[in-house]
Write a protein that binds this ligand. Structure first.
Ligand SMILES: [Fe+2]
Length: 249
């Protein structure tokens, strides 16, 4: 298996490139629209063909590259089935493995950051999206988020994986690229150290985070699998990169 962790600095998003050596097929977890050229160049450099994009959830802080990649290289769009997005080619459900050649992902429904959020287990790795971040977790105050649901997702699902399971998060805000389930259980200040549900709810309730600055553009765009709005304010044009300036791409 071929594996690369890629990073988009504007939204601090981690995109994961997974390739199957037998078939030459590749998939991208959580691609970002302003980085599709970078992603495609890396895939080409590795001699792979992009077969799928796979999002963990409907993002509020960036626009997915899924639709642009489909238009560019005919990749198929996989996303949680619960969101019922008409633009999705493959609906992900828990209990049904997602297979691409020799690459098999086990989808886990991990709601709480959003109600339809999924994590993906791949051999000794787990891609946790925004459900579990290194020393943190995604916020629970938008997109049908729910602190109790997130607590149950992490404690009952992610923390029951082996301690050695490598944790690959959806965002890297602090130059921390990989962790493990054992490390998060021991060290995560919100969800580790045997935190109780009331403690976690209190922590999340006291965060007082600002309104997400890109959410009103990102969520409608991502409900269409990655459409950049035409009316993006000047200071936000970088979120769509050259896609905004040159729709012909
Ligand atoms: Fe998110």
């Amino acid at each position: 298996m071929i594996f690369r962790q890629l990073f988009e600095p504007l939204s601090s998003t981690c995109t994961y490139l997974i390739g199957c050596q037998d078939t030459g097929l590749a998939l991208l977890i959580d691609p970002v629209v302003n980085s599709v050229d970078r992603d495609l160049a890396e895939i080409q450099r590795l001699g792979l063909t992009l077969a799928f994009t796979l999002d963990t959830h409907i993002h509020a802080d960036h626009i997915t590259g899924a639709l642009h990649l489909k238009q560019r290289v005919d990749s198929r769009i996989a996303a949680p089935a619960i969101d019922r997005l008409p633009c999705t080619d493959v609906g992900i459900v828990e209990g049904t493995p997602f297979q691409m050649g020799g690459v098999v992902l086990q989808p886990l429904h991990t709601p709480g950051h959003t109600d339809a959020h999924f994590s993906y287990v791949l051999e000794n790795r787990v891609f946790t999206g925004d459900a579990l971040l290194i020393d943190g977790c995604g916020r629970t105050d938008f997109q049908n988020g729910n602190a109790q649901a997130l607590y149950r997702s992490v404690i009952d699902k992610l923390f029951t994986l082996p301690d050695e399971q490598l944790v690959y998060q959806g965002h890297d805000y602090n130059d921390r690229r990989v962790s493990s389930i054992g490390q998060e259980k021991a060290r995560n200040p919100r969800l580790g150290k045997n935190r109780t549900l009331p403690e976690f709810e209190q922590i999340m309730g006291r965060l007082k985070l600002p309104y997400p600055k890109f959410i009103d553009h990102a969520v409608p765009g991502n409900r269409q699998c990655g459409v950049c709005p035409n009316d993006l304010p000047q200071q936000m044009k970088a979120y769509c990169g050259r896609m905004t300036e040159s729709p012909q791409g």
